[in-house]
Design a protein around this ligand. Structure first.
Ligand code: NI
Length: 172
């Protein structure tokens, strides 16, 4: 296993549509394991293959970082099969370091995918966990949250804004 370099915004590979995985070869498995290591090393909750320069439909995700940090999923050829409701999600991305923004996401999703052994599984997620899956899945279609975010700004500005809004709320 190895840590791979994370590609940053501006690189063409992040704007391309990824191809489905036809066969889960040892090389694909190695990629998945490297992606998990790379996600942990970068302190992220998700990482998609194009972020390490590979145009395949694969991402890894840790949708419950506080409650269940051991739940790390490898999703190969993922497909969102159901979406419901809406939520505003505050997001950042390992490929857009130092920035944050607000994105409209569904409140609840179902996603099906193959695991690292090629077994199909399905998850139902809501709240933060749903946003993680949607964010990573977007990467596979060449979409960065930054392309569709409101209030896209540096993390510093973002937290200042949140704090001043909280203070304004407290005065009311
Ligand atoms: Ni991202």
């Amino acid at each position: 296993m190895a840590i791979r370099n994370i590609t940053v915004r501006g690189s063409e590979v992040l704007a391309k549509k990824c191809k489905p995985v036809k066969e889960i070869t040892p090389r694909v498995r190695e990629l998945c394991l490297d992606m998990i290591d790379t996600m942990h090393e970068a302190d992220g909750v998700g990482l998609a293959a194009p972020q390490v320069g590979v145009l395949k439909r694969i991402f890894v995700a840790m949708p419950y970082p506080d409650e269940a940090p051991d739940k790390v999923y490898v999703m190969i050829n993922p497909e969102i099969t159901f979406e419901e409701g809406s939520q505003e999600s505050c997001e950042g991305c390992l490929s857009v370091p130092g920035y944050m923004g607000v994105v409209d996401r569904p409140e609840r999703v179902k996603v099906k995918a193959l695991d690292i052994d090629g077994n199909e599984f399905e998850l139902e997620l809501d709240g933060f966990a749903a946003t993680v899956i949607c964010h990573e899945n977007d990467h596979l279609d060449g979409i960065l949250y930054a392309d569709k975010a409101r209030d896209f700004m540096t993390s510093e500005e973002f937290y200042e804004k949140l704090n001043s809004e909280a203070e304004a709320g407290a005065d009311e």
